[in-house]
Ligand binder design. Structure first.
Ligand SMILES: NC(=O)C1=CN([C@@H]2O[C@H](COP(=O)(O)OP(=O)(O)OC[C@H]3O[C@@H](n4cnc5c(N)ncnc54)[C@H](O)[C@@H]3O)[C@@H](O)[C@H]2O)C=CC1
Ligand SMILES: O=C(O)C(=O)CO
Length: 317
């Protein structure tokens, strides 16, 4: 079996891959080009892609009889792969659920606290040398403890965020979901995203990306939010209509935003970069050595199961 790992992984994952498989590890850290995706489908039996590798229907259509039989995605989000087209081409897809959950929830809390407490702005002030010292009304932010948080996408990460908000910060938790969730702490299911947006201090996005959630948060939802509210997005950039978000921030319809992901990643609009009330992180959700190793092992477990003819541990859809 020929395996292609499309980015360098942590040392332990690379070492395991080399020990267990006939593997080529691509040195480049940028997304695959269309030509490389064709190569992935025609020259390898199994490929480990990741976010940014846009395996569109067109890519699969251009490789009608692919050698590749498994895309073992590195990451839980798989909105960059057209699953229907992959399956139509006889290619299975797996992902890495669970390995990412706590780290991504931690980054959601980082963004929430940094934005509410103006931590990025404060850091920039200290580094600039312009800080003139403490005084009672210096850089007043928003108190987070005891406030109301609304979670959009009450899955693994959404629930881990809700848990942190409830147990760590005594927040009131509300959410939108198709079904009521059985949780170990109190949380209210809102009737709609619009009504949730209207009643919370922090609106946190944790839904998968893809056509179904594209621009889920647009002008209507942003207008419904309180002027004091903060939007947090750790999901996917396109879940938010970025132009509408910029407009809402510019007209003070909302108080701020904490973003780990962007609609046209890694392109971040100048307007957002200029705003002091926006915290901007470079898609750091799972960026720890431990978590990236766990994700890599999970992807390789799927590869190994596939090659042994066993049931795939983490098939998507
Ligand atoms: N910033 C980062 O580095 C990371 C971002 N992510 C993103 O987070 C997403 C969620 O991951 P998990 O929690 O593991 O997935 P999950 O599948 O456990 O949870 C997603 C939840 O969203 C719900 N949902 C889907 N559409 C919805 C809608 N329109 N309204 C309300 N709820 C909706 C689903 O029913 C599910 O409960 C991933 O798909 C990925 O895009 C994941 C890991 C790291
Ligand atoms: O797992 C994902 O979906 C990510 O965004 C990065 O870990």
């Amino acid at each position: 079996m020929k395996l292609w790992i499309t980015r360098p992984m942590t040392a332990e994952v690379d070492a395991r891959a080399r020990a267990e498989f006939d593997v080529e590890i691509r040195e480049n850290t940028l997304p695959l080009t269309a030509q490389e995706m064709q190569r992935a489908l025609t020259e390898f039996d199994v490929v480990v892609p990741t976010l940014g590798d846009l395996f569109s229907a067109e890519i699969f259509a251009n490789a009608p009889k692919p050698r590749c039989k498994l895309l073992a995605n590195f990451g839980v989000g798989y909105n960059h792969i057209d699953i229907t087209a992959a399956q139509g081409a006889g290619i299975e897809v797996t992902n890495t659920p669970g390995a990412v959950t706590d780290a991504t929830a931690d980054v959601a809390m980082t963004l929430l606290l940094m934005t509410a407490r103006r931590a990025g702005e404060g850091e920039r002030l200290v580094r600039s040398g312009a800080w003139q010292g403490w005084h009672p009304t210096q850089m007043l932010g928003q108190h987070a403890t005891g406030k109301r948080v609304g979670i959009v996408g009450m899955g693994r990460i959404g629930q881990a965020i809700a848990q942190r908000c409830h147990f760590g910060f005594g927040m009131d938790v509300a959410y939108v979901a198709r079904t009521e969730k059985m949780l170990e702490f109190p949380a209210t299911r809102a009737e709609s995203l619009q009504s949730l947006a209207a009643e919370v201090d922090f609106l946190v996005l944790a839904v998968p990306g893809g056509a179904e959630t594209r621009h889920l948060v647009g002008p209507d939802v942003l207008r419904a939010m309180k002027p004091s509210a903060i939007l947090i997005n750790i999901a996917r950039g396109e879940v938010v209509d970025q132009a509408a978000l910029i407009a809402a921030l510019e007209s003070s319809d909302i108080a701020g935003a904490g973003l780990d992901v962007y609609e046209f990643e890694p392109n971040v609009p100048e307007q957002l970069i200029r705003m002091e009330n926006v915290t901007l992180l470079p898609h750091l959700g799972t960026a720890t050595e431990e978590v990236r190793s766990n994700m890599g092992h999970m992807a390789l477990d799927n590869v190994a199961a596939f090659w042994a003819g066993q049931a795939l541990p983490n098939p998507v859809a």
